[in-house]
Design a protein around this ligand. Structure first.
Ligand code: ADE
Length: 378
């Protein structure tokens, strides 16, 4: 075992590591909306939003969410539709559904009070070891460990440990080190958050700023002269590309001087489950226009107006944006279209009120493109 790994497991050394980080965090912590007033609910929401999403992208949606759902019971009582609509911009909508389910479990099984200990928090939908540890330690002071990507990087560098995140031994070792630190320091919550903060702002993945690191003296990665060799980079599964052929149907609103767009609801499971979007045909290969004509049940070939690529964690999605016909041509048959798509739930939604429904970012973009093309033609 390397000296630094031992040092983090040794009570005395773990304490000095924690003290240096707490002092540094007191001076350097970023001012983030969920750090002012701390409570279990705000931590639950912020941690759900922060999973796989950068801090800067979470600040505004967090404030918006808190204004609408100020406590756990208001969230539990909210509709899924509204929760998804407020999640707009954050992506990975499964997290929003799990957060909603967690709020309902807290309302129904915990008297509307967010549990304070990691073991009970772990029983909530969508709450894993990291989130349970973060809430229990940061808000309630429990000696619970946490490991996220930032923490794993700090430990890998400090101990110059070979291995990759995602490997069983590597991950297990990070949790052991985190447990040792959390059990020996006087303020485990502050130290846990400080390690995360160090990873996010100083011990960055690329270009680590060792000159400003409060624990560089004991750091073997720093001593090696090549701290960014740790941790080793994870080899990713090859990415696949799929093609989404989207048909944007617009019409004037009956009652108001606005525009409506035809939306269908996605299936119960899979990508963007139960969210709303313009009708779409998805396939492993790009489809020829005449295949789209029959696929969408149209009498005319659709007109391609735009295409762009959207990257998700595992796939690249090529979006091909179409509209049913050139302006002025006969309207398409809505019944045929929906029948051709397997009769999904559908609605005509006013474009000014898209915020009321859960739509993914690329689908919002698709509608914006179709509307701006239409206005250009007027
Ligand atoms: N503070 C508590 N949790 C955090 C997180 N996930 N990212 C940044 N700061 C945090």
């Amino acid at each position: 075992m390397s000296p630094s790994e031992e040092s983090l497991l040794d009570p005395h050394q773990a304490r000095s590591f924690g003290d240096a980080l707490s002092l540094w965090f007191g001076r350097s912590a970023r001012d983030l909306p969920w750090r002012g007033q701390r409570d279990g609910y705000r931590a639950l929401v912020s941690e759900a939003m922060l999973q796989q999403t950068q801090v800067d992208r979470v600040k505004e949606p967090f404030e918006r969410f808190m204004a609408r759902f100020p406590d756990v019971v208001s969230l539990a009582n909210g509709s899924e539709e509204e929760v998804l609509a407020l999640w707009q911009g954050l992506g990975y909508y499964r997290r929003a559904r799990l957060l909603h389910a967690a709020a309902q479990a807290i309302r129904d099984q915990h008297g509307g009070v967010v549990p304070q200990d990691a073991a009970t928090l772990l029983s909530l939908p969508g709450v894993g070891r990291y989130t349970a540890g973060a809430i229990a330690s940061i808000v309630f002071g429990e000696r619970a460990p946490i490991v996220d990507g930032n923490v794993a990087r700090v430990f890998a560098r400090f101990t110059a440990r070979p291995g990759k995140p995602g490997d069983r031994d590597f991950d297990a070792r990070c949790w052991e080190l985190a447990s040792s630190v959390a059990s020996h320091v006087s303020k485990p919550g502050i130290v846990n958050e400080a390690i995360m903060e160090l990873g996010a702002t100083v011990c960055r993945k690329h270009d680590p700023d060792c000159d400003h690191c409060p624990v560089r003296q004991g750091c073997l990665g720093h001593a090696s002269g090549e701290p960014d060799r740790f941790p080793e980079v994870r080899t990713r599964a090859p990415r696949t590309t799929i093609h989404h052929h989207v048909l944007v149907c617009l019409r004037r609103s009956d009652s108001e001087d606005g525009v409506e767009v035809l939306l269908v609801q996605r299936p119960e499971k899979g990508l963007w489950a139960r969210m709303w979007q313009p009708p779409s045909i998805e396939s492993g290969k790009e489809m020829a226009p005449d295949m789209l004509t029959s696929g969408f049940g149209l009498s005319h070939q659709p007109v391609g107006i735009h295409r762009f690529e959207h990257r998700t964690t595992h796939r690249d999605i090529m979006f091909h944006v179409n509209r049913p016909e050139a302006p002025g041509e006969t309207a398409f048959s809505e019944d045929d279209l929906l029948r051709g798509l397997g009769s999904p739930a559908h609605r005509w939604q006013q474009v000014e009120r898209l915020d009321e429904l859960g739509l993914s970012n690329p689908h919002r973009r698709i509608i914006d493109v179709a509307i701006s093309k239409q206005s250009d033609e007027r």
